[in-house]
Design a protein around this ligand. Structure first.
Ligand SMILES: [Zn+2]
Length: 123
């Protein structure tokens, strides 16, 4: 399951951030998942719930934000949402897919922390 591997990378990135940020209590982690990223968001959630047990993420929830697939047509100078039935061509001029603006990302977005608890613990 590649979602497990991807999540391990994300968790180690989060851990680095968490150490630098002074060990805050993380309540929620937002993950930006592009429609073209090729990962299964359900499997990603399961991987997170499995890997967080007993770690600094124990009480954190995973919030998945799906990013739509958006392309840019250089002929029309417009963004459009490519469709597989249309072979991702521009719906206006039929120009083949040339530039992807979003949809391939798999990255950490916002991290929600409980500042009060972190403060109480560190002092
Ligand atoms: Zn076009």
């Amino acid at each position: 399951m590649k979602e497990v591997d991807r999540m391990q990378v994300l968790v180690s990135t989060l851990r680095e951030w968490w150490v630098e940020a002074g060990n805050p209590k993380i309540q929620a982690v937002h993950l930006l998942v592009g429609a073209l990223s090729g990962v299964d968001t359900k499997r990603l959630s399961i991987a997170f719930d499995t890997q967080k047990v007993g770690t600094f993420l124990d009480r954190a929830n995973l919030v998945i934000e799906e990013i739509p697939f958006v392309a840019f047509c250089s002929s029309c100078q417009q963004e459009y949402q490519p469709e597989i039935g249309n072979r991702y061509c521009c719906p206006l001029c039929n120009h083949p897919l040339h530039e992807i603006r979003s949809g391939r990302e798999l990255k950490i977005g916002e991290i929600e922390c409980s500042t009060q608890e972190a403060r109480g613990k560190s002092h």
